[in-house]
Design a protein around this ligand. Structure first.
Ligand code: GH3
Ligand code: MG
Ligand code: MG
Ligand code: MG
Ligand code: MG
Length: 304
């Protein structure tokens, strides 16, 4: 049991309870598991929850202002906060109230008077499931070799950002990047060392992608994509040039490249600056054809 609790020490539980005494009891039952943040009202708790995204919420049924049920429903509306398990704390709960808890999206409830061990064990169970779900979600969209996001997430993010850019008439830039002469590199240095090149590329590139909405994806094989929402073509070209240069500066020896070191080529396309781009497919085709131009013009360069 103690090992399990140690694994949960980086979690956060939010307690929403307006009775100071009950709040104290709840916190005392849980304090050995992880960080606890307590609130007397749902209003204040909701502000904190949306920012901090805790791992479990203990919600009082009777609260002044926004009720526990309404707060729980509110959290269900946002797909991000809907992932946080909510457990109700109630006194003598009636059957129809239990129905209301489930309907609001709760995962559990516990009745007062609180039995410390029951609360402790239930909290641990919910935190464990939450952690596992978070981990699986992460595995499902991250490329195992490079740590970049994977193709599956690229497809869904591209669609989301493209729709957003159309709606807001804003720029969306796509950078396609491909490692140059990589087949020759593998043949000379072996696949494992080739894998290291891909890892290094992802590391170097992540340093240049600073805004939370920008992201690097492994598009497939030795090809990567960067999505830059709200970024005009000039700025995207500049980012692509910086990445290309910084990767060359890593000076990874490549005997069979005219540049002596491993290089990349990049193609940039931007929705809203290029009048030929109307559909999502046009954006990919334009970036692809710019990448092809960079390759045929000699590699180790950016076209757009
Ligand atoms: P170009 O400059 O035209 O892009 O030439 P290239 O040799 O890089 O392109 P090509 O498409 O001929 O070869 C790509 C190579 O990338 C072949 C493939 O084995 C290698 N590759 C793809 N994925 C991986 C990977 O995960 N690890 C390693 N080590 N190599 C990979
Ligand atoms: Mg109360
Ligand atoms: Mg190729
Ligand atoms: Mg290549
Ligand atoms: Mg390729």
């Amino acid at each position: 049991m103690f090992e399990e609790v140690a694994e949960l020490s980086d979690c956060t539980i939010v307690v929403v309870e307006d009775s100071p005494l009950t709040q104290k009891v709840l916190c005392a039952c849980l304090e050995d598991i992880c960080k606890i943040v307590a609130f007397e009202s749902a209003e204040k708790a909701l502000d904190y929850i949306r920012l901090a995204l805790p791992d479990l919420i203990l919600m009082d049924w009777m609260l002044d202002g926004i009720t526990g049920i309404d707060a729980c429903k509110e959290l269900q509306k946002d797909p991000i906060t809907a992932q946080i398990p909510v457990m109700f704390v109630t006194s003598n709960i009636k059957e129809n109230q239990q129905e209301m808890c489930w309907d609001a999206g709760a995962v559990d409830f516990i009745s007062k008077p609180i039995v410390a061990r029951t609360l402790f064990n239930r909290a641990i169970t919910h935190l464990k499931y939450k952690k596992q779900a978070d981990q699986l979600r992460e595995y499902s969209y991250v490329d195992g070799l490079t740590g970049a996001f994977n193709r599956r997430l690229f497809d869904s993010d591209l669609e989301k950002h493209f729709r957003g850019a159309k709606r807001a008439s804003s720029h969306l830039s796509l950078v396609m990047i491909d490692v140059d002469y990589f087949k020759r590199y593998n043949d000379e240095y072996g696949h494992l060392q080739g894998d290291d090149v891909l890892k290094t590329f992802a590391l170097v590139t992540q340093r240049h992608i600073r805004r939370p909405m920008d992201a690097l994806y492994r598009y497939g094989g030795e090809e990567f994509a960067i999505l830059l929402p709200n970024t005009p073509n000039g700025a995207a070209m500049e980012i692509a040039r910086r990445i290309t240069q910084c990767f060359l500066d890593e000076k990874i020896e490549h005997k069979h490249s005219p540049f002596e070191y491993v290089t990349v080529s990049a193609g940039v396309a931007t929705y809203e600056s290029n009048t030929k781009i109307h559909e999502l497919k046009d954006l990919i085709d334009t970036a692809d054809s710019a990448l092809y131009d960079a390759k045929t013009a000699g590699r180790n360069r950016v076209c757009g």
